[in-house]
Design a protein around this ligand. Structure first.
Ligand SMILES: Nc1ncnc2c1ncn2[C@@H]1O[C@H](COP(=O)(O)OP(=O)(O)O)[C@@H](O)[C@H]1O
Ligand SMILES: [Mg+2]
Length: 581
């Protein structure tokens, strides 16, 4: 089993020095327990309780009395340093594991996040990483420390028995030690199944928790308070049941080992009676025997720790080894500034195998055209647009930019040439200034102000007491939908990319700002290749080309005048809009 952890011991490697110091202290503590304690008993008890011996001088008595604290000082200091160093190594290991996990989340394809819930990922990245850290450091520590202490006590038993009463006694006592291993094996088997289950249930609980926190409005609007509490309560119960199943077996281990060790002690007692063993020898041996069970118990719980760690490891590995499908090709082509000519060639795409969302779509979009995508909801417009920045790759067919397959271009270069404004833009919990800056980190304050002006955001930003230094709240919670969209547009202005994707980018605007934004958009789209999905046809009418989607296929292309006569679907969509307006 320990072999499964071997690849992860690389996390310990940078902490090698500290780890060695910890282990050395651990060995010292182990010897102080395994050998030091019984030796202390042997050294002091007979002298104190000896009948008819010459009385001890004050000096001798002091020395004798010092033995006991001395052993405990060595053991205590060594144990303290051992645990301190191990914790230090542990926190650094945890940091590294968590960082690797987080780094991986940044590059996983978007499709991954549709299959895995936030709560589950949170619990893997936090709880499972934590568990793996505990396991790794515990293994690294106990694997040396407990055997050292065990060997210390066995050496002591062997030495005493050899000098006092001969080999037979050694054999009797040593025979008891391996017996204690039996419960470890039995309990261990029961634990492995439970461990993974606990972590999975924990994911369920985290999931409900985080989902609830992101739906605070819905909970109140639909009076879901009781339902949510009940849902959380149920998940919580399931988790507790899984935890208790683990505890049931885990906690049985120490008593089982103690019972076996009690049997060992009584066996020794019987033997002592038979061979008329001296009382002090017996007490010394019992101490040694007892000292030897401590490390056996530790090794037993180490076994449990590994089972638990294995559960966490498997769950972490599912993420750490998940394929990153969207990466640079080995010979990826660099791209400075694209012209912006896009071509879709027989592109098909599906989110789930077998369910085509785009079916053999082909279309040419020359550089500098404003291209509107229209069609009923669910027709595949957003999906089509998302293929351009390679949020997803086509299942078949190919998309080219200036004649190069998107998959042959360096991903970072490709994305730098694209500005995406979505329906529900996300702002980071930071200042407005920093939220705009991410669009082009080298921009000056003046450029950011200009972009905000162009997106009609400057006025409302300036109205805040702290202006551009206003913190927007989690996901931009302190701003209205329209304000967020205007900041998202300001990002697009700032980015100034040759390709612009606007996916219902004006849907949250009120009619007043919509008119202003239309003007802004007219400026923004000049000279760019634009894919625009708009809910209002006022924007669409001015597009160079309009592509009409229906059920994952392109059913018509052309300009407004052409489509209005040629495409019944387009005409009905258009008329319905006009009627509504
Ligand atoms: N992440 C997803 N996973 C599975 N199916 C999806 C996903 N996103 C969209 N779909 C499905 O793909 C189809 C097209 O969706 P979309 O491109 O968003 O349509 P539109 O933007 O035209 O409204 C819809 O049937 C939708 O249910
Ligand atoms: Mg859409």
């Amino acid at each position: 089993m320990i072999r499964r952890f071997r690849p992860y011991f690389r996390y310990l490697r940078p902490q090698r020095g500290l780890l060695i110091a910890a282990i050395l202290c651990g060995i010292l503590a182990g010897i102080a327990s395994g050998f030091g304690l019984p030796y202390m008993v042997k050294k002091t008890f007979p002298a104190v309780f000896a009948v008819g011996a010459t009385p001890l001088s004050a000096w001798e008595l002091t020395l004798l009395a010092l033995w006991i604290p001395a052993v405990f000082v060595v053991r205590g200091v060594a144990t303290y340093l051992n645990t301190y160093f191990i914790q230090l190594v542990g926190t650094r290991v945890l940091e590294a594991i968590r960082l690797d996990f987080f780094r991986k989340l940044q590059v996983l394809p978007l499709s991954f996040f549709q299959k895995n819930s936030t709560g589950d990922l949170l619990s893997r990245g936090l709880a499972d990483a934590n568990q793996l850290q505990v396991t790794l450091t515990t293994i690294a520590n106990e694997i040396v420390r407990s055997p050292a202490s065990l060997i210390g006590s066995i050496v002591f038993i062997a030495w005493t028995a050899y000098t006092e009463k001969g080999v037979a006694l050694v054999l009797v006592i040593l025979a008891v030690v391996p017996l204690s291993v039996l419960p470890i094996r039995y309990v261990g088997k029961k634990l492995i199944k439970r461990a993974g289950q606990i972590q999975a249930e924990l994911g369920g609980v985290t999931n409900i928790f985080s989902e609830n926190l992101s739906a605070t409005k819905e909970v109140r609007a639909f009076s879901l308070e009781d339902r949510e509490v009940a849902r959380f309560g149920r998940a919580s119960q399931t988790l507790i049941r899984a935890q208790m199943k683990f505890v049931k077996y885990e906690k049985a281990l120490a008593p089982l080992i103690e019972i076996v060790s009690a049997a060992g002690i009584s066996l020794t007692l019987v033997y002592a009676y038979k061979v008329h063993l001296a009382q002090e020898t017996f007490i010394t041996l019992i101490t040694a025997l007892y000292a030897s069970y401590e490390p056996i118990k530790k090794l037993g719980s180490l076994n449990n720790e590994m089972k638990r760690g294995l559960g966490a490891l498997e769950r972490l590995e599912e993420i750490l080894t998940a394929p990153v499908s969207i990466v640079d090709a080995p010979d990826a082509r660099a791209l400075t500034r694209a012209h912006g000519a896009l071509s879709f060639e027989n592109v098909s795409f599906s989110y789930q195998p077998g369910e085509l969302v785009l079916n053999e779509v082909s279309v040419q979009i020359p550089a500098g055209t404003v291209c509107a995508l229209v069609g009923p909801s669910g027709a595949g417009k957003s999906t089509f647009a998302h293929l351009v920045p390679r949020f997803f790759d086509p299942v078949s067919g190919r998309i080219t930019l200036d004649g190069h397959d998107l998959r042959s271009l360096r991903l970072a270069d490709l994305r730098r040439n694209i500005a995406v404004v979505s329906q529900d833009p996300v702002l980071f919990n930071d200042t407005i200034y920093h939220n705009l800056l991410i669009a082009r980190p080298e921009s000056t304050r003046a450029e950011i102000g200009a972009a905000a002006r162009a997106a009609y955001a400057h006025d409302f930003v300036s109205a805040f007491p702290e202006g551009y230094d206003t913190i927007v709240g989690e996901r931009g919670a302190r701003l209205s939908g329209g304000q967020k969209q205007r900041l998202a547009l300001a990002r697009a202005f700032l980015r100034d990319a040759p390709i612009l994707i606007l996916d219902e980018a004006t849907s949250a605007l009120d009619s007043d700002s919509e008119a202003a934004i239309q003007l802004a958009l007219k400026k923004l789209v000049v000279g760019k290749t634009v894919l625009i999905i708009a809910h209002r046809f006022s924007t669409i009418r001015d597009a160079t080309t309009i592509i009409v989607f229906e059920a994952g296929e392109i059913v018509a292309t052309g300009n407004h005048a052409h489509l209005y006569t040629a495409s019944p679907l387009y005409r009905s969509l258009y008329d319905r809009q006009q009627g509504a307006a």
